[in-house]
Design a protein around this ligand. Sequence first.
Ligand code: NAD
Length: 356
Amino acid sequence: MTKNIAVIRGDGIGPEIIAEALAVLDKVASKFGHTFNYTEAPMGGEAIDKFDDPLPQSSLDTCLKSDSVLLSAVGGPKWDNVPKEKRPERGLLRLRAGMGLYANLRPATLFDELREASPLKPSIVEKGIDFVVVRELIGGAYFGEHTTTKRDGEDYAQDIMGYSEHEIERIAHVAFQTAQKRRKTVCSVDKANVLDSSKLWRRVVTKIAESYPDVTLSHMYVDNCAMQLVKNPAQFDVIVTENLFGDILSDEASMITGSIGMIPSSSLGEGTRGLYEPIHGSAPDIAGTDAANPIGMILSAAMMLRYSFDMPAEASAIENAVEAVLRDGFRTGDTVSEGKTLLGCRETGKAICAKI
Ligand code: NAD
């Protein structure tokens, strides 16, 4: 099969980790007889420097013409003081909206080999952690109106959190369909005791659940969910929630599984084209030192093969290779512990390629 992949190399550690993901994809291509063509689509800080725009139209067009998009991470202190509309993360928000990516899936899985890296007590960790956060990605407060005005002689700022029925319906379908491929339970997270947008969220999710009688639905308030994630994460299979709550909860979810450097994500809309990226940022503090963990990026490439290209065997080949490298005791700086062997970003990528 031939697939065209748009590549956003990103900023900070971005170019280092994406180089390893592309090497892994090339290895998979030669082993399974595929051709992966890569086209660069500058975004974020790199694009600001080159085009004075965090997402030039040419980059968006490249992404829209591709079979899928692979992104590392964007941003860094160099662009912290550029005007709001030109900030690197505006490029990312515009890309998500431009590609119509309304569903963000973040698996939170604790690898057996990384149990000691979880900050949770062994008695909690031993029950296992294996759930997916399905986060609504292009609605809610991040996409509502943002205004700063004067009120009673002082600054007053507001951000509007709004959801329409169809926006909730489509993300609910993604959550129920994801659960059907897993342990068939969905926990919908909201703040329906206070927010109107959450009351509508709960009503619509409950209605959509009727189409999925094989899936069990429960509801939880977001504050309780934040607590339950550290108290008893084993109870969760699929968590579905709105944009802002999902942003916060999925970072919490990633931390309890060990390192932010391990977690991939996929963002999907209608059709099979997706955006695949690790959940971490551009880690400017370790950029250029070969210390980054490329595994979240490499597992994002595996997710792309599974969800967008329907190549489950190829995806499993990558995931098994990652597990094998961890089993051999190799670790990057963020997950290393006593008795393990420290590897840099490049060597970790090479070791994973060698296991495929
Ligand atoms: P960050 O995720 O970049 O870093 C947080 C901490 O985790 C740092 O100590 C970093 O060294 C470490 N870390 C992150 N990824 C790692 C990896 N792969 N291997 C080893 N260690 C890793 O978050 P931050 O410091 O808040 O943000 C840095 C920049 O990234 C900012 O400009 C921010 O806006 C941007 N950012 C981008 C995205 C994105 O592109 N999706 C997401 C979050 C933050």
